[in-house]
Design a protein around this ligand. Structure first.
Ligand code: NDP
Length: 466
């Protein structure tokens, strides 16, 4: 029982109540550990809210918010280049539409399953709420692995995937975007098939090409936004990114534009990774090296280990599944920008980072830190920007793409970047102030979870039992 709280007779204290709801979530959604983890992290923060707002409990907002409004699962058959039949599984989780149409990316990766997409959709609800834009939360994807597939195979897969998905989505219903394995190429193929089936040219997807409804800065937005957020965190301690040594994981969309914006701020990024291993470049990554990686990853679709063929002083450390930690997080640095995937920082990694002097973690990837690692960062009192706040710039700019599509106009690069920057400043302010209001100053995990939750929960109360 939480100390010092007086509860009316017959009503259990928030602590016990939250544990009961969490236990039900685990029992009702077995074999979905990532979903359990995401719910647990949010619920821990909500203890503080339920003490002040018993109405959320009597309306069962927690029990309702963990239940997707709709889950769509479907077969995706396609022919590979050899004429063999291939079957994948497609998903769309329409999690919550209390504050706007469902919005969230599509992930194509061999590891995709229902639990991973439910964790991502759940996170998306709170993230989208933080952006200040009217977007509900959703997520989708497939266990299709684009690695090693030809452009024609990717196109046939995308067309088959959209042949089912198109009936469930729409510019005012559900607007998917990219995520791991879904970039400009895939969005193009998906949009083409949607348009053919629906006979409509609408803003049904974001991340579109510039000459067919896309927004400037959308590809850059998640990485740029994460660095803007890190800059705000450092400003709150009268510090800056200038001269800071930075660890960046991954080498995809988020990593590339994180590195670019770090260079703009005068920081020194020194690492990359992909699922095969880690690159450490002691000389630092400059714009020429970044351009080379963009060409390697976005055009040639090569592996990050090739970096050492070109830049001889860099070291490649292959992934070793027997190792209990990731060597990338054991390199001396000031700041860390995890930008690859979920749970890429465990307790051992967090120990290494703190020991090596990391003072800031800004999460570009979704839920990259385990619950133990998150707790360690908070207890150490370092600047810790959780994913749903720090990487919200991507979906925020998708929201700006939707606004431009609705108005049938396009904003300049400067205008979109300026709006993105202002949104990231506003998200930081809202998380920072909410953490303070709820008695945990500096704890941006509580700030993000509570600020994101309140807007959605109040909209759910207003709209009745739906
Ligand atoms: P990309 O597909 O462009 O890049 C992903 C990168 O992470 C690749 O380098 C990939 O390596 C690596 N990676 C992926 N899965 C694993 C894994 N299981 N183990 C090791 N490395 C892995 O994706 P994004 O850059 O778009 O996404 C990265 C993260 O950012 C994800 O968590 C995503 O959810 C999050 N995010 C993305 C947004 C966006 O706008 N794109 C918005 C908000 C969050 P490899 O090629 O070898 O698989």
């Amino acid at each position: 029982m939480s100390a010092g709280i007086m509860m009316p007779p017959g009503i259990k204290p928030p602590g016990d109540y939250i544990e009961e709801v969490l236990a039900k979530v685990k029992a009702k959604n077995p074999a979905e550990p990532e979903f359990h983890q995401a719910v647990q992290e949010v619920f821990e923060s909500l203890r503080l809210v339920l003490q002040k707002h018993p109405e959320y409990r009597s309306s069962k907002i927690l029990e309702r918010i963990v239940e997707p409004e709709r889950v769509i699962m479907f077969r995706v058959p396609w022919f590979d280049d050899q004429g063999n039949v291939q079957i994948n599984r497609g998903f769309r989780i329409e999690m919550n539409s209390a504050i706007g149409p469902y919005k969230g990316g599509l992930r194509f990766h061999a590891s995709v399953n229902l639990g991973i997409l439910k964790f991502l959709a759940f996170e998306q609800v709170f993230k989208n709420s933080l952006t200040t834009l009217p977007m509900g939360g959703g997520k989708g994807g497939s266990d299709f692995d684009p690695k090693g597939k030809s452009d024609n195979e990717v196109m046939r897969f995308c067309q088959s995937f959209m042949t089912e998905l198109w009936r469930h989505i729409g510019a005012d219903t559900d607007v998917p975007a990219g995520d791991i394995g879904v970039g400009g190429r895939e969005i193009g193929f998906l949009f083409g098939q949607y348009k053919r089936l629906a006979n409509k040219f609408t803003g049904v997807l974001t991340g579109k090409g510039l000459n067919w409804g896309g927004s400037l800065i959308r590809p850059e937005a998640t990485g740029y936004g994460c660095v803007y957020f890190a800059d705000e965190m450092l400003k709150s301690r009268k510090d800056s990114l200038k001269g800071k040594l930075c660890l960046v994981s991954g080498s995809g969309n988020v990593s590339q534009y994180t590195v670019e914006k770090l260079l703009d701020f005068g920081a020194k990024p020194i690492t990359w990774s992909d699922s095969d291993g880690v690159i450490f470049d002691p000389d630092g990554i400059d714009r020429e090296k970044l351009g080379w990686v963009m060409e390697l990853k976005n055009q040639r679709r090569g592996r990050i280990r090739e970096y050492t063929d070109r830049y001889k002083k860099a070291v490649f450390m292959p992934t070793d599944i027997k190792l209990e930690h990731n060597p990338l997080w054991n390199i001396k640095a000031d700041c860390a920008f995890p930008s690859a995937t979920q749970n890429e920082i465990n307790a051992k990694d967090a120990t290494n980072m703190l020991k090596n002097g990391v003072k800031l973690v800004a999460e570009g990837a979704n839920m990259p830190s385990t619950l133990e690692a998150t707790k360690m960062f908070l207890e150490a009192g370092i600047l810790y920007g959780p994913a749903k706040a720090a990487n919200a710039g991507g979906v925020a700019t998708s929201g700006l793409e939707m606004a431009q599509n609705s108005a049938r106009l396009t904003w300049t690069r400067e205008e979109v970047d300026d709006r993105l920057h202002k949104i990231m400043i506003a998200i930081h302010k809202s998380c920072y102030e909410t953490a303070d209001t709820y008695g945990t100053p500096g704890n941006l995990v509580n700030g993000a979870n509570i600020a994101g939750f309140l807007k959605v929960a109040n909209a759910m109360l207003d709209q009745g039992l739906v």
